[in-house]
Design a protein around this ligand. Structure first.
Ligand code: SF4
Ligand code: SF4
Ligand code: SF4
Length: 555
């Protein structure tokens, strides 16, 4: 097989894995499929790609001391990396592929010729940064704060596509269709609707989703993609902690670049086309840990002086140094990164006294583990947010402190938790939300339901309480059996001193599951007269209504 064919296979592989990744995100969408027990399940293993992520596996393992079921798949990437090098970066990673494509779009930078073009593609010191980022995250995981999801490429791309790109596409297409229809020429309106229906069938979710904090997520995504226009695959070369991890694991790879000095005519085409900036040209130390195995150097060499093979001959000559297996980091900075990572936990936690001052509106999805563990497991992939049929789950900004940025919370005003739905637990790749059946969720006479909080009335805003007007909406929407919201007929006095009879709503906290249907449906639109807080959530022994308040441990 010629090297050009191999390079084309690499291109096909990149397209294929990108399409699979994208398709799985599209399928992280409410599709009716009832299991034997009557549960709603998804027909595809939509979080499979995330389960193959070695950085997620390592981070959660260090933070929790356990490896959540599917994450064992990460060995499928990790073990071959030890022998082959960073093949994942060049052949599989969907963010790497996107970076690659964006870097290759014709631009002034790519049109540059000669030295400046070649120099821009040589190994640069900024490429060390990713190793320090990796070390900070790993040290942070060791002491119990899992921050890898912020920059891990797979969760990063999944949440960016799921919560930014697709909802924005949906809004834009809806706006275009509405505008075309407003022109008032029916054939054009029908055609636009037809195209929109096709788009809905292929790409868009069954309903328009809106996500809180989309601005911060979108800005970050645009920044990452734009930097590819300045440096080829900037993220992969300088930022990606997964790339750094794979670089470290590929240190002793037996597959590598062999250079034939005698035939090289120093055209530097290899350097011009290198995706990893690992110095493949003769005369420089090839940096194994930076190579993405894109094979561009070999394919672009007109003299055939470069070839990839097992056990390459790495002899140093006068004009060509042997490659280096070292990752280019200094001991002092390694220690500083580790110290920084270790300091993350006390730094972050000292600002948020979760136990003494919990955020009452930090309502996690049903099945979530206790908050401390949740923060050790959630990689902010956004899968739970995307799959929720009611658009109830949103990324936080600061609601769970700095430590929990972009982790999921429920905002009941936007959507409530469907009583029999358990999809968020099904798609969570790390066990931050545990799977359960709908029976477990609603409970029965022997087992309590899974509670995510408790509803309370604001009598100053509730129509029957504050204004003497009849309203049964929350009672009607309450899905528990028996209903947690009940009505009592009571006598009240109107402003003229007349006695009137009115039904007023009350809550039975032991029955309420905190699903938020009442808050969602309350006709007092701006700030509902019934609202849910996290107190009473099943996952916490402390966040319970009748528990005595604990003092802060000052020791
Ligand atoms: S460096 Fe990171 S983002 Fe780039 S290809 Fe490798 S794993 Fe993917
Ligand atoms: S929050 Fe409730 S409705 Fe939304 S996915 Fe989870 S279980 Fe389903
Ligand atoms: S809780 Fe949601 S965002 Fe966090 S890892 Fe699970 S699915 Fe991803």
């Amino acid at each position: 097989m010629t090297v050009k064919t191999t390079r084309n296979i690499r291109r096909v592989s990149q397209i294929l894995f990108f399409v699979i990744f994208f398709w799985l995100i599209l399928k992280t969408n409410f599709e009716i499929n009832f299991s034997g027990e009557g549960d709603i399940t998804l027909p595809y293993p939509v979080s499979l790609f995330l389960e193959f992520d070695p950085l997620t596996a390592l981070g959660t393992l260090l933070a929790t001391g356990t490896l959540y079921k599917g994450l064992l798949w990460s060995l499928v990437i990790l073990i071959p990396t030890i022998f082959l090098g960073r093949f994942f970066c060049g052949w599989i990673c969907p963010l790497g592929t996107l970076n690659h494509w964006i870097s290759e779009i014709p631009s002034e930078r790519l049109k540059r010729k000669g030295k400046s073009k070649i120099n821009s593609n040589r190994y640069k010191k900024y490429q060390r940064i990713k190793y320090y980022i990796f070390l900070i995250f790993i040290a942070g995981s060791l002491v119990g704060t899992l921050q890898i999801g912020l920059l891990d490429p797979l969760p990063f791309l999944a949440r960016s596509i799921g919560t930014v790109v697709l909802p924005t596409l949906h809004t834009t297409s809806l706006a275009i269709v509405t505008w075309i229809k407003s022109i008032g020429w029916p054939p054009l309106g029908d055609a636009a609707q037809y195209v929109f229906n096709i788009l809905t069938a292929l790409i868009l979710p069954f309903r328009q989703m809106h996500f809180h904090t989309i601005f911060s997520l979108g800005l970050f995504f645009i920044l990452v993609l734009s930097l590819n226009r300045v440096f080829t695959r900037f993220w992969c070369r300088g930022i990606c902690p997964l790339g750094a991890m794979l670089g470290i694991f590929s240190r002793y790879a037996i597959f590598g670049l062999k250079k034939d000095e005698s035939t090289c005519d120093k055209c530097n085409l290899c350097l011009e086309h290198c995706q990893g900036a690992d110095n493949p040209e003769i005369g420089s130390k090839w940096r194994q840990a930076e190579c993405h195995l894109c094979l561009n150097c070999q394919a672009s060499c007109p003299e055939g002086s470069l070839s990839f093979c097992f056990f390459p001959d790495h002899e140093t000559t006068k004009t060509n140094p042997a490659p280096t297996r070292q990752v280019d980091i200094t001991r002092r900075k390694v220690l500083a990164s580790v110290a920084g990572g270790l300091a993350l936990f006390p730094f972050i936690r000292s600002g948020d006294a979760f136990d003494a001052n919990p955020n009452p509106f930090l309502i996690r999805p049903p099945g979530s583990v206790e908050e401390d563990w949740f923060l050790k497991r959630c990689i902010r992939c956004g899968q739970c947010m995307r799959v929720c049929p009611n658009n109830a789950i949103h990324p936080t900004l600061m609601e769970s402190g700095m430590e929990g940025i972009w982790t999921p919370i429920l905002i009941m005003k936007i959507g409530y938790c469907e009583p029999t739905c358990t999809l968020c637990g099904e798609v969570c790749p790390t066990g931050a939300i545990l799977p359960m059946t709908s029976k477990e969720k609603v409970g029965d006479k022997d087992n309590p339901p899974d509670r995510i909080g408790t509803a309370f009335f604001d009598w100053g805003r509730c129509l029957p309480w504050a204004m003497g007007k009849t309203c049964l909406v929350c009672e009607e929407w309450c899905p528990t059996s028996p209903k947690a919201i009940f009505l009592r007929e009571e006598e009240a006095t109107d402003r003229n001193g007349n006695t009137i009879t009115i039904k007023r709503p009350y809550i039975e906290p032991d029955i309420c599951t905190g699903c938020g249907a009442c808050e969602y449906a309350c006709p007092v639109i701006d700030k509902p007269a019934v609202y849910v807080t996290s107190v009473g959530e099943s996952r916490s022994a402390k966040n319970q209504i009748l528990l005595q308040r604990k003092g802060i441990n000052k020791s």
